[in-house]
Design a protein around this ligand. Structure first.
Ligand code: FEO
Length: 180
């Protein structure tokens, strides 16, 4: 059973995760407009990952007999003069998401809600990976600077990232992702 405070906090996080997906889709378009097709693909993979993050929370609230509150999703804004500026925004966004996951964990600990703490542990680990990935890309792009040949090659590398999008969620999000 989910407490009201915890339920409201998770519902806010569902909104943040879907906003993240929305943001990365918009960034994908931004990267493509800079001529960086590989990065555009990387960001679309990230879009799908964020939707899975949201779905895991949605499934959890439903499993706990809670109410999922589908609030309005804000429109992402931002102009990206360079690929490095774009990925700096990815990094700062992920740092903000980490802070919100940590805040959720603090509520769960305060409420002695062990089930939600178990769920959130997955997100805590995931955020380490999210920040690591974005940080590495920012460092590489900073090193590349104005070297267009190096940027072209690195963008191709980023385009190697793939995702298989599952379509059968009948056994839950985790099972669907394992089968993907
Ligand atoms: Fe759902 Fe990128 O954190």
């Amino acid at each position: 059973m989910l407490g009201k405070k915890m339920e409201e906090a998770i519902n806010l996080q569902i909104n943040r995760e879907i906003y993240s997906a929305y943001l990365y889709m918009s960034m994908s378009i931004g990267a493509a407009s800079l001529g960086c097709k590989g990065s555009a693909k990387w960001l679309m993979v990230q879009f799908h990952e964020e939707m899975v993050h949201a779905m895991k929370f949605i499934e959890y609230v439903a499993d706990q007999n809670g109410t999922v509150d589908f609030g309005a999703i804000a429109g992402p804004s931002g102009q990206y003069p360079s690929l490095c500026a774009l990925f700096e925004k990815v990094l700062s966004h992920e740092q903000a998401v980490t802070a919100s996951i940590n805040a959720l964990m603090e509520i769960a600990v305060g409420e002695r809600d062990h089930a939600t703490q178990a769920l959130l542990s997955w997100y805590v680990t995931e955020q380490v990976e999210e920040e690591k990935n974005a940080g590495e890309i920012v460092r590489t792009l900073t090193m590349i600077g104005d070297n267009k040949t190096a940027l072209f090659m690195y963008d191709k590398d980023l385009g190697l990232r793939t995702v298989t999008v599952p379509t059968d969620f009948s056994l839950g999000v985790t099972a669907a992702m394992k089968g993907a």
